[in-house]
Design a protein around this ligand. Structure first.
Ligand code: HMG
Ligand code: MG
Length: 296
């Protein structure tokens, strides 16, 4: 069995950090991820610099990343302006993002769910024509920081709209880390019927310590694509209190022990995570990272 890991550390991981990293530090971080074997890395976002200052250098960063035909770099694109900026950089992969909660969308991207699709409609056709790969995120799929409970039917509806729009992969986000395994399994059964297992990814934040359990539950349902972040950094400035993504290090350790292949070298992943920990200057959440550093 193979699991595909989609590394979001350089984007989701860093977007919540108030101290701005230099381009050189980001290039070094991403180069270490490439060395570890990552094939899908979310490197930046074409969003408003006043909203997410850490992503303001995405254009320059993309031009300085190590090039390899096997490595796909992804960037968030919320609207036509972001799309124009992205294609001016020659991107081959974009991630569009919306949510299952109206309030979260308004706070995060300043429009409603249907407003987000109106924006996507302005550039998706052109992206398909250029054969750009498109990922679609559904945030707040298990709970919303403003509205609380989220109706799973809305999640299915938004996921299916993204699929119809032409997304090649749909990532379902537990933005505030509230999901629990049985809830995940129930939603996965319906998502697989709607999206199919080949195009379905799950994106867990580990706010309440359930992310690995949720991943295991999803694997049992047949999901094989998971987003994770080096050292467990991450969060969204518009989801107050949300902690980092599930740590890539912890996920790799669990999968390795289960003899599930990811083509990513755990030792080299620790080097990338250790580098991020060093530049951020504090102990980061990954339990495996801390254990590996304590017992080299
Ligand atoms: P808006 O304010 O609605 O845009 O922004 P507007 O069209 O009204 O334009 C207002 C001004 O913004 C104009 O400038 C535009 O040019 C400019 P002015 O004429 O006033 O000088 N503008 C832009 N500038 C740069 N890039 C752009 C852009 N668009 C307009 N793309 C927008 C809408 C979405 C851009 C804004 O609200 C924004 O940047 N929000 C931040 C969104 C974000 O990055 N959130 C975090 C990532 S999502 C996440 O973390 C969840 C995820 O991890 C999954 C999960 O965990 O669930 C993916
Ligand atoms: Mg996220």
């Amino acid at each position: 069995m193979n699991i595909k890991i989609f590394e979001v550390g350089p984007r989701d991981g860093l977007q919540n950090e108030s101290e701005l990293l230099t381009i050189e530090q980001k290039v070094q971080f991403i180069s270490l991820l490439v060395k570890a074997g990552h094939k899908n890395i979310e490197a930046g976002a074409f969003v408003r610099a006043d909203k997410i200052p850490q992503m303001a250098d995405t254009k320059e960063l993309l031009g300085r990343l190590p090039k390899s035909p096997q490595v796909n770099y992804w960037s968030l694109v919320p609207n036509e302006k972001g799309y124009q900026d992205a294609i001016a950089c020659g991107v081959k992969n974009i991630a569009i993002f919306t949510a299952a909660s109206e309030t979260f969308n308004e706070k995060n991207i300043n429009t409603s769910i249907s407003g987000s699709f109106e924006r996507f409609n302005l550039f998706i056709h052109d992206a398909k024509k250029r054969k750009i790969k498109i990922r679609g995120y559904v945030s707040t799929a298990f709970g919303c920081p403003y509205e609380g409970k989220v109706d799973p039917k809305v999640v299915l509806k938004v996921a299916s709209r993204l699929l119809k729009l032409g997304c090649d992969e749909i990532s379902i986000g537990d933005t505030i880390g509230v999901a629990t395994p049985h809830q995940v399994q129930k939603l996965c059964k319906n998502l697989i019927k709607t999206v199919g297992s080949k195009k379905l990814a799950l994106h867990f934040h580990d706010t309440r310590g359930t992310a690995l359990a949720n991943i295991l539950a999803a694997i049992e349902e047949g999901v094989h694509i998971f987003d994770s972040s080096s050292a467990g950094i991450g969060g969204c400035p518009y989801a107050p209190g949300a902690a980092g993504n599930v740590a890539t290090d912890d996920l790799l350790y669990m999968l390795k022990g289960m003899e599930i292949d990811t083509e990513i070298d755990l030792k080299l992943q620790v080097e990338a995570s250790e580098y991020v920990q060093r530049i951020l200057g504090r102990k980061l959440p990954s339990k495996y990272l801390q254990a590996a550093l304590a017992n080299p």
